[in-house]
Design a protein around this ligand. Structure first.
Ligand code: SF4
Ligand code: SF4
Ligand code: SF4
Length: 292
């Protein structure tokens, strides 16, 4: 059709379909969350402006297919009146995804939903050299797959062996899924290999005498992950950030670094492979110096 700027529409979350004059509209959700009234409104919108169908995306999103160009403005207004915006596409920060985290899930180490809201309010739609995806998992179980994101956040608990009251029962060694707890001479732990630790906290929970204690609890950041044609997993930064505000600051710094160092249409992980993750660590240095 003439007169339609498809690229501009796509940037605003409206994708051209195979069928002439039909569009797939991506909605902007945060952590896949809607209240009941909004869910009903989305269903009504699909019936009024599309074919009645909805599509659930792989990133906790909803898309409304089969919307004709003439209905896009009315659809946007209908949803906006109910607190739901259109999503984004192209070289921008996408809607933040998250698991339920602490407060809902009994395994949660960190609160995730408020953090997702804060990050989304601060960064959604911000420009970047390429798409930039942020995902939050509340604990080492990693239901939200933090390492698949350009920037992932994971709840993290690391142990310290105090030695006090240790009976040498060896439970901490048995439960550790990565053999990060090294065996000592008397059956107890001889040390903890930080590089192997996945921050699950199982050794702390299992210790019957309280000898294995928390060294740090907070947010571990993973950078440079992606799926698509050439998948690669994000790599962890050194620090564990104890406060959500530090995470927001770290995301701001990482995005600034990406804008400075990234080439157009280069994913964050490819930038980091080219310039070295150490350069990002240096960029974040002042921030991480304040953390555990
Ligand atoms: S990642 Fe952890 S906190 Fe989040 S839903 Fe899974 S088990 Fe629960
Ligand atoms: S926190 Fe988990 S991975 Fe780390 S040492 Fe303890 S049991 Fe092992
Ligand atoms: S589980 Fe606790 S008491 Fe048992 S060996 Fe480990 S630190 Fe010592």
């Amino acid at each position: 059709m003439s007169g339609i700027d498809y690229r501009e529409l796509k940037r605003g979350g409206v994708m051209r379909q195979e069928r002439e004059d039909r569009f797939l509209v991506r909605l902007h959700l945060v952590a896949g969350t809607l209240d009941g009234a909004q869910a009903r409104a989305v269903a009504e919108a699909a019936e009024r402006f599309g074919s009645g169908a909805l599509h659930l995306t792989s990133r906790q999103g909803i898309e409304i297919p089969d919307v004709p160009s003439g209905a896009l403005v009315a659809l946007k207004a209908f949803l906006a009146a109910r607190g739901i915006g259109f999503g984004v596409c192209g070289p921008t920060v996408r809607g933040v995804v998250a698991c339920q985290g602490r407060g809902v899930c009994p395994n949660g180490v960190i609160e995730t939903l408020n953090l997702a809201g804060d990050l989304d309010r601060t960064f959604f739609g911000a420009p970047a050299p390429h798409k930039f995806k942020i995902g939050i998992s509340g604990c080492a179980n990693n239901c939200l797959k933090a390492e698949e994101n350009d920037l992932g956040v994971k709840g993290w608990v690391e142990p310290r062996w105090s030695g006090e009251g240790c009976t040498g029962c060896g439970l901490c060694l048995t439960v550790c899924p990565t053999k990060a707890v090294r065996a000592g001479a008397d059956g107890g732990p001889g040390g903890i290999e930080r590089a192997r630790c996945i921050g699950c906290g199982d050794c702390i929970t299992a210790c019957p005498s309280g000898s294995m204690v928390e060294r740090v609890r907070g947010h571990r950041i993973f950078v440079g992950g992606k799926l698509g044609r050439a998948p690669s997993l994000g790599r962890p930064l050194a620090a564990v950030l104890t406060r959500p505000e530090e995470v927001t600051a770290a995301v701001a710094e990482a995005l600034e670094f990406f804008r400075l160092q990234g080439k157009p249409r280069e994913r964050f992980g490819d930038t980091l492979r080219r310039v070295g993750i150490e350069a990002l660590e240096v960029h974040l240095g002042a921030l991480q110096g304040k953390s555990a």
